[in-house]
Ligand binder design. Structure first.
Ligand SMILES: [Ca+2]
Length: 399
């Protein structure tokens, strides 16, 4: 075969695959975004390496960083060094699949009470769910005491997929907890596909829950008093939220979540609202089949951003720091699959203006703002890293 014929065949193949993709990608009110131009004016350095699949990072008032590792260890970084001994006193957990030790959040009055809140997968491979616990961190950050499980998500599910989970404190002292839908087909809960749980108001799967600091239900939750509804629920219709962030000026609460094949979402959350999964979605089955014919339905909230092909977003930050004055008021969303951080430029009304890419070159699990106002990134690797992004005089694209 001549070179020209071979080239024609390759071209034909590319066109056919591209058309098949377009036909399979649902259209709707939100235009899916794919690649984004590179952000400039930043540089990256490694703070520490050797973290086993780190999941979340927070900073103590004294400057040490606490970092969860998925298999169940809590690590301490002090003066730029990873302490060898993990924090003692963590509960037994299911440290496999999508679960394990996940998010971390310090109590708003941590300086007084030393309380650390964290989420983990608990139970057995056949019957498990996301749990919220808290413990008191010793002054030398060597151990947790008084560890108490405050909430066990129900119903239990089988399999090791879609645990969520992210935590976010609200100014009224209540805590949001994002929970995944329970897993992909053929996984079932209660005789239905697990993902149907996201639309059920009597289930905590596929939801954001709102809890008091002791795990009890706030009386002003949106479904309190509604017959057949779980009073813990705050929002519903989510597949698997992996990032939660709050704009302190406007109070807007943002979440990113995984779709199935494509159709990852950025959502603006309001209590009591339905975010559509799996009735309205831009996502299709991993096997390329249709999940829903609808990207939008009455009574359901449209996403603010749709990512197709998938970003596999993880970690979400609303940036207020001084290191990047031009990025204040923007969102930063990590990406496992795309191995980048996506800067989402917002206007003062919370509208998405544009996106830029900060390529990291490794799966990004978490994005946070450090006490120094810089951006910090955790990479999801067997020897994962805590990276620090700082500003660099504009001389072209980032390093
Ligand atoms: Ca949705």
């Amino acid at each position: 075969m001549s070179l020209r014929a071979r080239l024609c065949l390759v071209l034909l193949f590319v066109v056919v695959v591209g058309l098949a993709w377009l036909v399979r990608t649902p259209s709707g009110p939100v235009k899916p975004t794919g690649l984004a131009p590179l952000a400039s004016g930043w540089q990256v350095e490694t703070v520490v390496a050797g973290l086993a699949h780190p999941w979340a990072v927070v900073w103590l008032p004294t400057g040490e960083a606490l970092i969860t590792e998925k298999a169940g260890r809590l690590r301490v970084v002090r003066d730029g060094r990873l302490r060898e001994e993990p924090v003692a006193g963590l509960p037994d957990l299911l440290g496999r699949g999508h679960g394990g030790l996940m998010d971390l959040a310090l109590h708003p009055r941590f300086a007084e009470n030393r309380l650390v809140y964290f989420t983990f997968g608990g139970g057995t491979p056949e019957a498990n769910s996301t749990r919220l616990a808290r413990g008191r961190l010793s002054d030398d950050a060597s151990r947790l005491t008084d560890v108490t499980v405050l909430h066990t998500v129900s119903p239990l599910k089988a399999g090791l997929q879609h645990f969520g989970s992210r935590l976010l404190w609200l100014p009224d002292g209540t805590l949001l907890l994002a929970v995944g839908d329970g897993g992909n087909p053929p996984n079932q809960v209660d005789g239905q596909l697990a993902r149907e749980q996201a639309q059920r108001l009597d289930s905590q799967l596929g939801k954001v829950l709102r809890l008091r600091e002791d795990g009890s239900v706030p009386t002003d939750n949106p479904f309190v008093g509604r017959a057949g509804a779980d009073p813990h629920l705050w929002t519903y219709g989510h597949r698997n939220i992996q990032g939660l962030a709050r704009d302190p000026a406007s109070g807007r609460i943002w979440a990113n979540e995984h779709g199935s094949r494509g159709g990852d979402e950025l959502n603006l959350l309001s209590p009591g609202r339905n975010y559509g999964w799996p009735r309205a979605t831009y996502s299709i089955e991993y096997t390329f089949g249709t999940i829903s014919r609808h990207t939008h339905l009455p009574g359901m909230e449209d996403p603010q951003v749709v990512w197709t092909p998938a970003q596999a977003p993880s970690g979400l930050l609303f940036y207020t720091g001084t290191e990047f004055p031009g990025w204040q008021g923007d969102l930063f969303s990590g990406a496992l699959k795309r191995k980048e951080v996506r800067r989402i430029d917002l206007d003062a009304d919370g509208r998405v203006l544009r996106q830029e890419s900060i390529p990291i070159g490794a799966r990004v699990r978490d994005v946070r703002q450090g006490p120094d106002g810089a951006l910090y990134v955790l990479t999801d690797e067997p020897a994962g890293r805590l990276l620090r992004l700082s500003s660099r005089p504009a001389t072209g694209s980032g390093s």
